[in-house]
Ligand binder design. Structure first.
Ligand code: FE
Length: 238
């Protein structure tokens, strides 16, 4: 599998490129509109054809490049069903699979950061899944905030503990953001060392901790939410 982690400095977003070398098909997960050119150039250099543009959730901090990528490549936009993005070609629910050649992205519904968040368990061919794209449900030593877009700390705790922490400890964790420059973790590592969700932390403590964060709204929320409900094509017909 061709696997690349790409970064947006402004929003600290990770975009993932997953390519199947055998068929030349590729997916991009959680794109950023400003980097559509970069991503298309990389696909061309690697000899890959973009067939799927995928979101973990409707983002509040950056505008997705999904709509533009769909227009320029004909790729299919797959967005979580509960995300409130009518622009999706394929609305995804729990257990659904996005196939890119021999690569499978299996949907694990992991709400809590937003009401419509999903994670993608990634496998190649018959091999067991070795990595999970967790969106903002589980970050490295952290998690997404839970104070808007139907965010709910109790639901996030349950998603992480019943879905993500149920995966094998060796599963690689690739989040949608990192603000400290860390790129990858594992489920086992987060179970032990995540200060919000792991170790000896309890569900009531987590809910209290999230309620006390008192964060300012994301800088781009007013622009990003309506734009992302239209797959990044603000003002365009969904
Ligand atoms: Fe988010």
């Amino acid at each position: 599998m061709i696997f690349r982690q790409l970064f947006d400095r402004e929003s600290c977003t990770y975009t993932y490129l997953l390519g199947d070398a055998a068929t030349g098909q590729a997916a991009l997960v959680d794109t950023v509109r400003e980097h559509v050119g970069r991503d298309l150039e990389l696909l061309a250099e690697l000899g890959l054809t973009l067939t799927a543009v995928v979101e973990t959730h409707v983002h509040a901090d950056h505008v997705t490049g999904a709509g533009e990528l769909r227009r320029r490549t004909g790729a299919i936009c797959s967005v979580p069903r509960l995300g409130g993005a009518p622009c999706a070609d394929v609305p995804l629910g729990d257990g659904d699979v996005v196939r890119v050649g021999a690569i499978a992205l299996r949907v694990l519904v992991t709400p809590g950061h937003t009401g419509g968040c999903v994670s993608y368990l990634v496998s190649l061919g018959e091999a067991a899944a070795d990595r999970v794209l967790t969106g903002d449900a589980l970050l490295i030593r952290g998690c997404g905030r839970t104070d808007f877009q139907e965010g709910d700390a109790g639901r996030l705790w349950d998603s992480v503990h019943t879905r993500l922490f149920a995966l094998p400890d060796v599963t690689l964790v690739y989040p949608a953001h990192d603000y400290r420059g860390v790129t990858v973790s594992t489920i086992g590592e987060e179970k032990r060392h995540n200060p919000r969700l792991g170790g000896t932390r309890t569900r009531p403590e987590f809910i209290q901790l999230m309620a006390a964060l008192d964060l300012p709204p994301p800088a781009k929320i007013a622009e990003a939410l309506p734009a992302n409900r239209a797959c990044g094509d603000a003002g365009a017909k969904p």
